[in-house]
Write a protein that binds this ligand. Sequence first.
Ligand code: DGY
Length: 320
Amino acid sequence: MKIFITREIPQVGLDLLTAAGHTYTQYTEKAPLSPAALVEGCLQHDALLSVGPNKLNTSFFSQVPNIKAVALLSVGYDNLDVHAATEHRIPVSNTPGVLSKATSDVAFLLMLAVSRKAFFMHQSIKNGQWGFFEPKANLGIELYGKTLGVFGLGKIGLELAKKCKAAYDMHIIYHNRSRNEEAEALLGARYVSFDELLSTSDVVSVHANLSPSTQNIFNAAAFAKMKPSAIFVNTARGGLHNEKDLMEALQQEKIWGAGLDVTNPEPMTANNPLLDLPNVCILPHIGSATKETRDAMATLAAQNLIAALKGEKMPNVINH
Ligand code: DGY
């Protein structure tokens, strides 16, 4: 069968597809793939391996009746209309589990970098601003014994909580759709209301899916409830925070700093004023960007497609 892949993916995934007797086309242009080009590509293939935020909605599915299965190269699937896929009887898979360690590393990195203003300090040296040793200058915030509040305690949030407990003996609180018994037993994590998470945490780290109920949930009202010394970290989706409200909260010192691996929209433009604030560190959505993790994601996506094209259930199917 023929598979359309919307970006170049690691060789290990391509090799698996080839070994299973499939052929593929990878979209290699620098420009984003337009919805029309996505449909066009799909019409010439039997299955789709979708990388990035391609909108997989009713309009898309109704134009590609030939497509037998879709594998996403991501754990998040806010770009997918699950009902539309199910209505069109197209199984769709994602890549859960394999990116939890790498993505939680980036959340940890952002938390620590913001707590010590690391990226701003680096920039200040480049700007020729390394002066005398001043005991009251360049002060950061220590994380030892502080409280980590995880919004959305799934696999990635749990990995971050484990790191924070081991490194800084942090207290773990969380707000989630349901209780996470593993985190409670392992780390003494405590389930709290959203308001308590905001008002009690020294670091709030976001790991929830983007959905209508979480869109913009970190807005002016939420930032106003946080401690003035709190750090906000988002490695999930930029749509969960309101960028204008975050900017104001930082400027008005309602919170202390922010570390973002995701923005809304992506890519963020170079003239975004958030980039100029001292207690902010922004990365270009690199949570899963290690060789090991991207290989594992490509492997999982290929395995899911191979199963579907044999008429078997995809191991990581999202819909049924
Ligand atoms: C994911 O897997 O959801 C990452 O954010 C990449 O999109």
